[in-house]
Design a protein around this ligand. Structure first.
Ligand SMILES: [Zn+2]
Length: 86
């Protein structure tokens, strides 16, 4: 979030995907519920992060831990999400 000021002049939307860190434009940014509503997640801001369409689709109804497991199985190594690193 410390990059926001520097990018304000450009018209590019400077949010990043919480999962993969992809830069998001307004047209491609989606809101993801970290704990899906169907699993008891809330609409509170603390449960909502920005996500690219690809991650949002892949994550589907998984919570963050479940999505990490899927990615770790695929990658064969530990996965740290972008939002956990910044
Ligand atoms: Zn992503």
């Amino acid at each position: 979030m410390q990059l926001r000021k520097r990018h304000r002049k450009s018209k590019i939307y400077t949010r990043h995907c919480w999962y993969c860190g992809l830069g998001l434009r307004k047209a491609t940014a989606t809101r993801d519920h970290q704990v899906p509503i169907c699993k008891g997640g809330s609409e509170a801001n603390g449960n909502i992060v920005w996500s690219c369409e690809r991650c949002n689709n892949q994550k589907a109804n998984l919570d963050v831990g479940g999505y990490r497991q899927v990615l770790e199985q695929r990658a064969g190594k530990p996965v740290v999400f972008y939002g956990e690193r910044v």
